[in-house]
Design a binder for this molecule. Structure first.
Ligand SMILES: C[S@@+](CC[C@H](N)C(=O)[O-])C[C@H]1O[C@@H](n2cnc3c(N)ncnc32)[C@H](O)[C@@H]1O
Length: 280
């Protein structure tokens, strides 16, 4: 085992720092052998079988191409829950956990219903369904392959969620009969012009459908979602949005112009304008 760990450290040192490589090693070993990090630390001479060593070498070769470990292993954690991921869904981010935290703290002990727009892996919808048990949760995405992953994640976490394939830019028929207490969305919000500052492992591997908006209309999703929310939220219903850190003021203005009240802009733990709550 020490030999393989050393191989991970030597091979990946140009790409990741030591702490990251150790974490990549332990995640890979857990996936291949089922042994947790603490079990391995307690038994550092755990012997790998030939087959396990082969699989770990394959994972190492994939890591060297900068493929994200979450896609290589096929899973990740979000809000303490396990999620399947593949390249048709965005890898859930910690900023989005903060958006979920905001919803949970505003709605603990309440009943209601929530729609997640652009659900991707289903990370927001599934976390809310698991942690606000008295809420009924629905979710939409334009991508059939993303919805397939979200459905598997709902099953994996024991949640009932209504899924529907819908284009939010043309949303006429989605859940027409329901008025929502909460609508949440982390829509695509990165401008094409921001691509130059992005790392290769995002640009090469994550779905561009989930990430990018045109430079000349970066709020296209926020406009559609807000107009949809005005029609489909209950009176006093809440809209929660993850946003582009460079477009906080513009997004707040859009919501105010459309007649939303109490528009609150919040920073993430990195101090960046990252989320908005607005009241219909
Ligand atoms: C930034 S990702 C967010 C995924 C997930 N909610 C999360 O927070 O990790 C945006 C999602 O919006 C979906 N999407 C893109 N265009 C859409 C459209 N026109 N209508 C509905 N969903 C769309 C993408 O497929 C993607 O899953």
């Amino acid at each position: 085992m020490n030999r393989l760990k050393r191989k991970f450290l030597d091979s990946l040192s140009g790409f990741y720092n030591e702490k990251e490589i150790r974490s990549l090693f332990f995640q890979s070993v857990q996936k291949v052998t089922g042994y947790s990090k603490s079990a391995l630390l307690a038994n550092p001479d755990f012997p790998f079988s030939g087959e396990q060593e082969k699989q770990l070498n394959i994972i190492l070769a994939q890591l060297l191409t900068m493929e994200p470990v979450q896609y290589i292993l096929g899973e990740c954690e979000f809000y303490g829950l396990p999620f399947y991921v593949n390249p048709s869904v965005l890898i859930p981010r910690s900023e989005t956990e903060e958006l979920v935290e905001w919803i949970l703290s505003d709605h603990s002990n309440r009943t209601g219903n929530l729609l997640d727009i652009g659900t991707g892996s289903g990370c927001i919808a599934v976390s809310v369904a698991r942690l606000l048990k008295s809420f009924s949760v629905s979710a939409i995405d334009v991508s059939a392959s993303a919805l397939a992953v979200a459905k598997k994640n709902a099953e994996r976490n024991g949640c009932q969620i209504q899924f529907m394939q819908t284009d939010i830019l043309n949303p006429e028929n989605s859940f027409e009969e329901i008025a929502f207490d909460v609508i949440v969305s982390n829509p695509p919000y990165i401008r094409e012009q921001e691509k130059q500052q992005m790392s290769d492992n995002v640009l090469k591997y994550e779905p561009h459908l989930a990430l990018f908006v045109p430079d000349n209309d970066p709020l296209v999703f926020y406009r559609s979602i807000s107009v949809f929310g005005k029609k489909r939220l209950k009176e006093n219903g809440k809209l929660y949005l993850e946003i582009n850190e460079g477009l906080g003021e513009e997004t707040v203005n859009l919501l105010s112009l459309l007649g939303y009240r109490d528009v609150v802009l919040r920073k993430d733990i990195f101090g960046k304008d990252r989320m908005i709550r607005a009241t219909r």
